[in-house]
Write a protein of this length. Structure first.
Length: 292
């Protein structure tokens, strides 16, 4: 009875742990099979343990080139989409202008639309404009669908932002640039990091839109799709495991930065609006009229 009662009290926690475990099982399988020593071209059956593929992780030039292309593409699209998405989010949250509601709607469309539709539409646009498909068209496509995610993440961060902190900095003599650099940017840094990390992961992982607009450029997902027809090499598992480890480190840094920003955000300008004195302290006593 005690065990049943404990399960009922922690049912939500247990269910959440099972869901997380379910999502991590494929990654765990990939990591385990990166140490496999298959006898054929297919790495589906465990044969034996070996670290040979880890010591020669970059031994396949085509695989290494496709990974570097994906990293370069993801880095470039992340920088561009993060800068543009942050400016759009700040405009949507802090300013009133004509077409603001329509902009909010247009931001969501790339997320809700199927990737097949977006990829085909972009390809039609490039063909109509007579633009040769390749790395440039891939960059345009990845920036286009990454901006929406950046705007949503940054906008949610800005909505809960306490503008009194900026006003306090301006009252102390800081100009607009200094206020943004020393107050606004550190407080929205966790949102920026999360948005940039999400944009990077989406770009690195994208296949459908890239398949339409890649031309002769081969990214990491496109290489895996092509290699699946003849047998995926074990080095793919090795590189995938490395990427997951880098992801864990990035997530840890993001959480650390978020906690740091929460501590900064906990500092509130506590001046009382009516008296002008800090609310945590009493106003200074008036000078005594009694002669010494």
């Amino acid at each position: 009875m005690r065990a049943v009662r404990w399960i009922r009290e922690h049912a939500v926690l247990l269910f959440a742990c099972l869901v997380v475990l379910y999502m991590l099982i494929p990654i765990f399988v990939i990591a385990v099979f990166s140490f496999n020593d298959p006898t054929g071209r297919f790495n589906f059956t465990w044969v034996g343990f070996t670290t040979e593929h880890w010591t020669n992780a970059f031994g396949i030039p085509e695989l290494t080139d496709s990974l570097l292309t994906s990293i370069e593409l993801a880095a470039a699209s992340t920088v561009i989409s993060t800068i543009l998405g942050t400016m759009i989010a700040m405009a949507l949250v802090r300013y009133q202008f004509r077409g603001r509601k329509a902009t909010n709607l247009l931001i969501v469309i790339p997320i809700t639309s199927p990737e097949v539709v977006i990829g085909a539409a972009l390809l039609s646009l490039f063909v109509y404009a007579q633009i040769a498909t390749g790395f440039g068209t891939l960059l345009i496509a990845h920036v286009m669908f990454s901006i929406s995610f950046v705007v949503i993440v940054i906008r949610s961060r800005l909505i809960g932002f306490d503008r009194r902190l900026e006003e306090a900095a301006r009252d102390l003599g800081a100009d607009a640039k200094t206020t943004f650099r020393t107050v606004t940017l550190p407080l929205i840094a966790p949102g920026l990091g999360a948005a940039a990390f999400l944009a990077f992961a989406l770009s690195l992982d994208d296949f459908v839109i890239s398949n339409f607009n890649s031309g002769t450029t081969v990214t990491f997902p496109l290489y895996i799709f092509g290699a699946a027809q003849r047998g995926i090499p074990v080095e793919v598992n090795v590189l995938a495991t490395m990427l997951f480890m880098v992801t864990l480190v990035a997530m840890g840094l993001t959480v650390w930065q978020q906690r740091k920003a929460e501590k900064l955000a906990a500092v509130r300008p506590d001046a009382d609006a009516d008296t002008g004195f800090p609310s945590s302290s009493t106003p200074p006593a008036a000078p005594s009229s009694t002669p010494a």
